[in-house]
Design a protein around this ligand. Structure first.
Ligand code: PLP
Length: 400
């Protein structure tokens, strides 16, 4: 099938909810993607923070092949060795508590909402079901995740949403203090708001929020779906900000491209999920878990996180240098290999131009050019990406 045929079929038979570039990728290796005509592209998007070890990573491929040849699915009515091992690894890398497996980020948040409400119900009875979220948050597209996503553009035409969600402004600790009443069970927070433009909290905010949650008996739920799995140079971004969440949600890069999500909660919180309270047919699928175990092996290998920090600094430094020579890049920010350049123009045309030139990046929140390369990216590939970006930016500045 040619790329043109794939595009025509997609347009004819799939719903139009995605805005796709007219490019058909057929193969990937490391930080590189290849289209149907064999043209190479440097992938600094990684399937939106998913291909954290790059494409076709040999250890992940081997783990998938071995598990697929042994057992693909068995249901959660039985025990599965790879799932058991992954639960232990994720617990040890996060809260030290217990894990629930699902298939995506929004499902992980959905489970965390149910967990928080049930935890409060078991302790206090009815009425303590409130969930506080931050303005600009992104927690997913199902009704729970969408209700927690405080961005009206995603809500339009889908109301009514779930009741019980309250939004507070970013960085306003006084507003958070006021919102965390005795009707609230949880505060959901992304350590960095990536989808809404790689937005960082003011220094000290997260620590103060953690203290408030502890004092008021409110669960601190860290949505690490995009920031977790080593992206910022530690397993969780919470680690980098010295935050200890009660509940962590993970997905995206967890299985390097296979659909898997996880919620990890402190033992006392996790204990409220007793048989019948929640479940998923596919959650914790053996093949996905095998891939995730291979991911964990690489993340936990010697010096891996140090290299992420070093390469992130190189990317951030290189982008800052380009920004210093121009007026159309207003700001460059990020942590580890999660970096955004804020431009004075819409960035979708800039991303399209980069794509033409063989660099995959994406436009986030209108004016942000977002870089999420595989964590295995090389320094040479970072330099090449910077060169491509420089080459597509016109000397006179991008017309807005
Ligand atoms: N939470 C955050 C912070 C995300 O970035 C995303 C996806 O971009 C989600 C939740 C939803 O994840 P999924 O698309 O796997 O449902």
């Amino acid at each position: 099938m040619t790329g043109a045929e794939a595009i025509a079929l997609t347009q004819r038979y799939q719903m139009g909810n995605y805005s796709r570039f007219p490019v058909t990728f057929v193969r990937g290796e490391g930080s590189w993607l290849y289209d149907d005509l064999g043209k190479p592209y440097l992938d600094f998007l990684g399937g939106i923070a998913v291909a954290i070890l790059g494409h076709a990573h040999p250890a992940v491929t081997r783990a998938i092949e071995e598990q697929a040849g042994r057992l693909v699915h068995v249901s959660n009515l039985f025990h599965v060795p790879v799932q058991a091992r992954l639960g232990e690894r994720l617990s040890n890398a996060t809260t030290g508590g217990k894990v629930f497996f699902c298939n995506s980020g929004t499902e992980a948040n959905e489970a965390a909402i149910k967990l928080a409400r049930r935890w409060a119900y078991d302790r206090h009875g009815e009425g303590r079901h409130g969930i506080v979220v931050l303005e600009g948050s992104f927690h997913g597209r199902t009704y729970g995740g969408l209700s927690a996503t405080a961005q009206p553009k995603f809500h339009q035409g889908f109301e009514p949403l779930l009741p019980g969600f309250a939004t507070v402004p970013l960085g306003d600790i006084g507003a958070l203090d006021e919102a965390l009443t005795d009707r609230v069970c949880a505060f959901f927070v992304e350590m960095i708001q990536v989808e809404s433009g790689v937005r960082m909290h003011p220094p000290g905010y997260l620590k103060e929020a953690e203290t408030l949650c502890r004092r008021k008996g409110v669960l601190l739920v860290a949505d690490e779906i995009q920031t977790g799995m080593g992206r910022t140079g530690s397993f969780l971004a919470s680690d980098r900000f010295d935050i200890v969440p009660d509940v962590v949600t993970l997905a995206k890069g967890i299985a390097n491209g296979l659909p898997l999500g996880a919620v990890v909660a402190r033992d006392e919180v996790a204990a409220v999920f007793v048989p019948g309270t929640h479940g998923s047919t596919f959650g914790g699928n053996p093949v996905c878990c095998a891939a995730a175990l291979a991911v964990m092996d690489v993340l936990e290998s010697d010096g891996f996180y140090d290299a992420v920090v070093r390469k992130g600094d190189r990317l951030l430094g290189g982008l800052s240098e380009i920004a210093g020579r121009r007026t159309d890049i207003l700001n460059v920010r990020g942590v580890g290999l999660m970096v955004g350049a804020e431009m004075a123009c819409e960035t979708k045309p800039v991303a399209a131009k980069c794509l033409d030139a063989g660099l995959v990046v994406n436009a986030a929140a209108g004016t942000i050019l977002r870089f999420l390369p595989p964590l295995t990216v090389t320094e040479g590939e970072i330099d090449r990406a910077l060169e491509i970006l420089s080459s597509v930016l016109p000397a006179e500045g991008w017309a807005s």
